[in-house]
Write a protein that binds this ligand. Sequence first.
Ligand code: ATP
Ligand code: MG
Length: 392
Amino acid sequence: MNEMFLLKLGEIVLKGGNRFQFENRLKTNVSRRMRPFGEFRISIVQSTVYVEPETDNCDLDGAWDACHYIFGVVSLCRCRPCEKDLDRIFDTAMAYLGDDLRCAKSFKVESRRSDKRFPLTSIGISQEIGGRIAEAIPELEVDVHNPEYTVFVEVRDRAAYVHGPADPGAGGLPTGVGGRAMVLLSGGIDSPVAGHMIAKRGVELECVHFFSYPYTSELAKDKVLELARLMTRYCGRMTVNVVGFTEIQEAIRDHCPEEYFTLIMRRFMMKISERIARDHGCGALVTGENLGQVASQTMQAMAVTAAATTLPIFQPLIGMDKEEIVTIARRIGTMETSILPYEDCCTVFTPKHPKTKPTIAQVDKACEKLDFEALIERALENTELVKVRYHG
Ligand code: ATP
Ligand code: MG
């Protein structure tokens, strides 16, 4: 029998009545993720997703790698199935894991028997297979407390499965079970991490990026699209709404007091994001805001920004230190792109002395000369939709 993968479900199993819906979504997500790598049969039995290649020309290494980035999976193993028979299990362990075992000094066998009709208990299987392996490789010691290598045997409904240590999965909940949200994606370090954290909770993402050509270059836009593409490794395909923001920024520069520039700009971002979010079925906005990081991220400034929309704003990084954010950015693979040196529209027309404790009344007064509705309408008309995906 061919090599295949077992993906173990995490929190989903706890979800009682919703479990079916969660499992079905995960199954759909896994099928979609496997598509670039060939034909696979995907099924769920006993809180485990079975991923089996259906033809000989599947790209197993590519598929295995992709499985590490699927939310809802806590751990995964690449394994070889065999008949539920001790001789077959032993032969399979030696053929499949023999090289690993010969490199180790000590080992143990850990077994699980969910097919209770199998004549031996879990402990019995481990003792039997462990004994035979120790006999076959005499220099390998049995160490049940602190082994260098562990052989796993799972006797399940359809077959027995033999594998080495499992890899950790992406965790979280399957993409799509938690609705959709709109991420305000800049070219910085924070917003991709913020989007990732919300996506991990089962939320499908869409992005909006505010682009101020020619104050920010085409390269800056490409950088944001690349960040979005990197995010899709975990959260699946996305659409990025690139909003032409130049006219709004120039209007703010020409008609508003300088100390309020950033705040007014952020209120426009919220209003435009809300409009696109509602049109696209998104129930919340996501930002990379972080308390105290910059002038526009004081409590008072965030209150003014948040009052521009009635959608909930998720700010998963609000209480984190930069170090912690950077660690996640590195782990999810967005850091290197985030630190490429292109301008963001926030850094164009930055006030020298931004207001850090504004009130809504002050900000309303500061932008009274602007025709919000007309500016927003034109920005929405001037929006480009770009679809991004990790593979292909
Ligand atoms: P980041 O590292 O994500 O750029 P930041 O620490 O630089 O965040 P700000 O520039 O104040 O903070 O932006 C705060 C948040 O506003 C960002 O995390 C992002 O969600 C959103 N944002 C900022 N600029 C843009 C933009 N040009 N397009 C879309 N969203 C933006
Ligand atoms: Mg930024």
